[in-house]
Design a protein around this ligand. Structure first.
Ligand SMILES: Cc1cc2nc3c(=O)[nH]c(=O)nc-3n(C[C@H](O)[C@H](O)[C@H](O)COP(=O)(O)O)c2cc1C
Length: 180
């Protein structure tokens, strides 16, 4: 199968997943800006991007490409700092966040997977550093009210972490028929 992998990444996590995905599919990952050239002959185009305030960076650009090329297959890898689905972070929350960028009424059949990325404050741009400082203050308020999730989130982001794990791509690889 002729495949292409395009990505948006600021601090490297989505780029890491894009490299793993490209390795699986036998192609070279390229920034989303190069989609026109890199996906020209691809049957399958995989978009790897990160959550920025609950929406996926570059989703609109990718969707415009999808609309222009309805003959191709598509898939999405959504990367965020939120932990993988578990008791404190149910899968429904990841689904809800994903559906804000890819609503179910328009993209019901689009294969996708959530993969935990990392958090690297020092690599963020100036605006995002400012946004995160405000967000940290907000989390501190929640922690004072006894909220456990916010405590875990803030601790993780203050220290920084790399939570990328190639195994998180497996459900999508199975869905795409790369694993048999
Ligand atoms: C301003 C800002 C907003 C973010 N919003 C979310 C979010 O809504 N949900 C989430 O899971 N992660 C969120 N994150 C975390 C990033 O998605 C996470 O760090 C991701 O791994 C970054 O990908 P990258 O390393 O490819 O840039 C946010 C990060 C920043 C800087």
């Amino acid at each position: 199968m002729d495949a292409a992998v395009v990505y948006c990444s600021q601090t490297g996590s989505a780029k890491t997943y894009a490299s793993w995905m490209a390795e699986e599919l036998g192609c070279t990952p390229e920034p989303l800006d190069n989609i026109e050239t890199v996906a020209a002959n691809a049957e399958l185009v995989v978009f790897v991007s990160w959550f920025h305030a609950a929406s996926l960076k570059g989703a609109k650009r990718f969707q415009a490409y999808m609309a222009e090329h309805p003959e191709k297959r598509y898939a999405v890898v959504a990367v965020g700092a939120t932990p993988m689905p578990c008791d404190l972070w149910p899968a429904s929350e990841h689904e809800e966040a994903f559906r804000r960028s890819f609503p179910a009424d328009q993209y019901a059949d689009l294969p996708w997977v959530y993969c935990r990325g990392g958090f690297h404050f020092e690599r963020l741009g100036t605006m995002d550093k400012m946004a995160m400082r405000i967000y940290f203050k907000m989390l501190e308020g929640e922690i004072k009210r006894g909220n456990k999730r916010e405590q875990i989130s803030l601790d993780g982001m203050r220290k920084g972490f790399d939570g990328c794990n190639r195994a998180y791509l497996e459900p999508l690889l199975e869905q795409l028929g790369v694993r048999r």
